[in-house]
Design a protein around this ligand. Structure first.
Ligand code: PNS
Length: 173
């Protein structure tokens, strides 16, 4: 039997700049569906992210133990290039994406169909985030936090601490 048949592996790709409680909620919901999930952090320096890909991976690795269930193996990795290629190269059977509201649907549908065209055997699995996170996005969190608004409960505590650190070092530059 090939490894593909033994381990049901999925990737959860994204920018994760930074990870929010909405992302964590999607990972939690995926735990019972797969044997292994690779949180696949896109290396996208051209987007001028707040956190480097290394910082994002390291934060996620520190946060994941909070939700681990002991059955599904959670792995953090970064990638460049096409998500479909990364999914194939890691022998994943699925690409996990979260949908918050109708507004996400069109973009996600286009990506899922394109990824299916590129890799017909890999399915995109959409999961609905909890209602309380339906408006939470990394960009909104960064904007509100940077302007002094409260974001607790919407992002992991570690992310909040790292954003605070990042802002104070930026201010002293
Ligand atoms: O967290 P995001 O920014 O919504 O994630 C978007 C992501 C990383 C999944 C998407 O931009 C992506 O897949 N980028 C890699 C390049 C690629 O495969 N593009 C074609 C997608 S159909």
């Amino acid at each position: 039997m090939s490894e593909k048949n033994v381990i049901k592996r999925a990737i959860f790709p994204g920018s994760f700049d930074p990870m929010t409680n909405g992302h964590l909620d999607i990972i939690k919901r995926s735990l019972s569906l797969f044997d292994e999930i690779i949180i696949a952090v896109l290396n996208n320096p051209e987007k001028n992210p707040m956190f480097s890909v290394e910082e994002r991976c390291s934060m996620i690795s520190e946060i994941l133990p909070e939700i681990e269930d002991g059955k599904c193996n959670l792995v953090v990795d970064s990638f460049s290039g096409l998500t479909a290629d990364f999914a194939r190269n890691t022998r994943s059977v699925a690409i996990i994406r979260g949908i918050r509201a109708v507004a996400d649907y069109e973009y996600e549908l286009r990506m899922a169909l394109m990824n299916r065209r590129l890799e017909p055997e890999i399915e995109t699995v959409f999961l609905m985030a909890a209602e309380e996170y339906s408006y939470v996005s990394s960009n909104l969190m960064k904007q509100v936090f940077t302007l002094g608004g409260r974001v607790e409960g919407l992002i992991p505590r570690l992310v909040e601490a790292k954003m605070k650190e990042k802002l104070s070092t930026d201010e002293h530059r």
